[in-house]
Write a protein that binds this ligand. Structure first.
Ligand SMILES: [Zn+2]
Ligand SMILES: [Zn+2]
Length: 281
């Protein structure tokens, strides 16, 4: 049996030399495989198989963690742990647990809202040339073209950007405050913000391959689930932005909060959100 591989375009291997901005075009490469039987049949039996080639494989360097990524994730986790330790130690000393526990709950709820605003902003505004956050915006927007790529992104690679922000914010708070209620809020809020991209990745994971604890938390609604987040990747696309627990999504979408913010930005600054022109956002 002879197998012929026919393509409409030349297949170019993905290397470090391939400009990142050129890679998306490779995703649209369609390889048509024709299977010809060379047995004594007068008419070969032909089958056509269409294969869509994903440009970002798990060994792609843009998905792998660097030591800089690991440094910032470690620093972020350390600053969050220091804040949590201050809250717990002061709670032991004062025997007051209710206030820091409530502050922690508020931090958890508020982090979901902040994750939605952050996600909405990076999906809709700026591009890869935007100073400081260009790579982040590019990654966020390419996530809509290849949603499953986030599951191949290594841990520190996925978290390092927010870990950097958490470190630079929480470390000064660790040094400035000793109040256990403040740190009850700060530690929970910062933890959820730091890990929200991991929660997002888990929402794209296959249930059978996720840790049982993660599946249990998703089923309880404490972490955003696959069935909840998948709505963000379906028409009209501009909803369900929150990726910690998703608890804010219903209220935000039913009250058209993000649409209202887009209108304000358009009329005040003349900036159009990408969701108005890009069919997959
Ligand atoms: Zn999105
Ligand atoms: Zn997603």
């Amino acid at each position: 049996m002879a197998v012929q591989l026919r393509t409409k375009y030349t297949i170019i291997p993905i290397t470090n030399n391939t400009p990142r901005s050129h890679r998306p075009s490779l995703s649209r490469l369609r390889a048509i495989c024709s299977v010809n039987s060379t047995a004594a049949k007068p008419r070969p039996n032909r089958e056509k198989l269409v294969v869509v080639v994903n440009p970002l494989l798990s060994n792609d360097p843009t998905l792998q963690s660097t030591w800089t990524h690991r440094f910032w994730v470690s620093a972020g986790c350390t600053s969050v742990f220091a804040s949590l330790a201050k809250s717990v130690v002061a709670g032991f000393a004062s025997h007051l647990w209710l206030e820091p526990a409530l502050a922690g709950f508020v931090g958890y709820i508020l982090a979901d809202l902040v994750s939605g605003v952050y996600h909405w902003a990076s999906d809709n505004y700026g591009d890869e040339s935007t100073p400081l956050v260009g790579t982040l915006i590019e990654d966020s927007q390419s996530h809509h073209k290849w949603p499953c790529t986030i599951t191949r992104r290594q841990f520190a690679n996925n978290l390092h950007f927010l870990a950097r922000g958490v470190t630079l914010t929480v470390l000064p708070l660790d040094l400035a405050f000793n109040d256990h209620v403040v740190h009850g809020f700060v530690s929970t809020f910062a933890f959820c913000v730091l890990f929200c991209q991991q929660f997002h990745a888990w929402a794209h994971g296959t249930k059978s391959k996720l840790p049982p604890l993660v599946v249990a938390l998703q089923d309880m609604g404490l972490l955003v689930s696959r069935t909840h987040h998948v709505k963000h990747h379906r028409a009209p696309y501009s909803n369900n932005y929150c990726v910690v627990s998703g608890v804010w999504n219903k209220a935000l979408d039913e009250n058209n909060v993000f649409e209202a913010m887009e209108m304000v930005l358009y009329f005040q600054l003349g900036v159009r959100p990408r969701s108005w022109t890009d069919p997959i956002l």
